[in-house]
Design a protein around this ligand. Structure first.
Ligand SMILES: NC(=O)C1=CN([C@@H]2O[C@H](COP(=O)(O)OP(=O)(O)OC[C@H]3O[C@@H](n4cnc5c(N)ncnc54)[C@H](O)[C@@H]3O)[C@@H](O)[C@H]2O)C=CC1
Ligand SMILES: O=C([O-])CC(=O)C(=O)O
Length: 341
């Protein structure tokens, strides 16, 4: 690109853009939080007819934000139009859980959304499309979308466990009275559900093993329970599911994917984050399941952090969450939501 030339806008399609997470995410995307302060964005808001007014209202307010990086705003009501030329697809649109519901209850309600969206991404999105599924049950919805998009490389489909990751880091920092910036090596393994395994066995706080600082009993007990049930805790306290922290995590996820995982802080521990990616069999997770693993983004692609030693506790927890994902996969296969192998 010639010096001083303006980069081509990145087209970001946000489904459920008229809903709560959409509302919290759009303004930050427009402000440059996702791709940096030099990169223009074209926003595409995909909604169903009942949600269009919300998207229209958000679009009016986006104009009123006078964001220098916002190249255009379009509203679509079909996935074919909504994903046309999309470079980044944030699949948020789906029904949120309310008090007393488990994620499995959402499979039937939301699974049907992601097949047609996967097909539209396959047929209409840009060749470099990158997909992040936020709508729950996120991992299995992402599997449905991915399996319905056979022409898109499987690893371009991801599901969001960055919120769990950020929760784990935030709660560890709070408990240890440490700085977030001093924490490294936290991993969320498995499903974005209560079977997830927030793992501190490789974590460090200012270079010291986290278990030496907070104790293994807390790190393998109350900590895991708190992180895995944080979504329900938020629903109980706020009266609705996480919104701003979810939007924040989605932006963190796509920003790292596009710009790379930031370099190590002073503690020197090579950083990683947590991403649900189609498994290639690493760490004993059955191939194809979208399970959360430790990963870093390099040159626009996620790389799984390899070679971490897992003790019996960790292996058991990872296998249990992977088994839940396999059961969800079998359930949606029975429902005809993913094509037969
Ligand atoms: N992975 C994660 O860490 C988290 C996931 N979530 C999930 O995110 C999803 C959205 O949450 P909220 O924004 O709070 O819900 P919301 O109900 O405020 O918004 C959802 C929006 O999606 C729209 N929608 C429904 N079906 C659609 C379709 N087929 N195409 C396009 N849009 C569609 C609705 O009209 C609505 O405007 C929920 O499934 C929630 O459980 C929420 C927090 C964290
Ligand atoms: O718990 C929910 O339903 C929303 C969610 O995914 C979370 O906050 O982690």
């Amino acid at each position: 690109m010639a010096a001083g030339a303006v980069p081509t806008p990145i087209t970001v399609t946000v489904t459920g853009a008229g809903g709560q997470i959409g509302y919290a995410a759009l303004f930050r995307i427009a402000s440059g939080a996702m791709f940096g302060p030099e990169q223009p964005v074209a926003l595409r808001l995909l909604e169903i007819p009942q949600g269009v007014k919300g998207a229209e209202g958000a679009a009016l307010e986006l104009v009123d934000g006078a964001f220098p990086l916002l190249a255009s705003i379009d509203i679509a009501t079909t996935p074919e139009v909504g994903f046309d030329g999309a470079n980044v697809a944030l699949l948020v649109g789906s029904r949120p859980r309310t008090a007393g519901m488990e994620r499995a209850d959402l499979l039937a309600a939301n699974g049907a959304i992601f097949g047609p969206q996967g097909r539209a991404i396959n047929d209409h999105a840009a060749d470099d499309v990158r997909v992040l599924v936020v709508g729950n049950p996120a991992n299995t919805n992402a599997l449905i979308a991915q399996r319905n998009a056979p022409d898109v490389p499987a690893e371009r489909f991801t599901a969001m466990t960055r919120l769990d990751h950020n929760r784990a880091v935030g709660l560890l920092a709070e408990h240890a009275a440490a700085r977030v910036a001093d924490i490294a090596g936290v991993t969320i393994w498995g499903n974005h559900s209560t079977t997830q395994y927030p793992d501190l066995s490789h974590a460090t706080i200012a270079g010291r093993p986290a278990f030496d600082v907070v104790g293994e009993e807390w790190g393998r007990g109350a900590f895991i329970e708190r992180v895995a049930n944080r979504g329900a805790e938020i629903i109980e306290v706020r009266g609705g599911s996480s919104v701003a922290s979810a939007a924040n995590a989605a932006i963190d996820h796509v920003r790292d994917w596009s710009l790379g995982t930031p370099p190590a802080a002073e503690s020197g521990v090579a950083p990683w984050t947590s991403v649900a990616l189609p498994s290639t069999g690493a760490y004993g997770i059955p191939e194809g399941l979208l399970a959360s693993v430790p990963a870093r983004a390099v040159a626009g692609a996620w790389q799984v952090v390899e070679g971490l030693e897992l003790d019996e506790f960790s292996r058991h927890r990872i296998a249990a969450s992977a088994a839940e994902l396999a059961a969800e996969r079998d359930q949606v296969a029975e429902m005809g939501l993913i094509p037969a192998e």
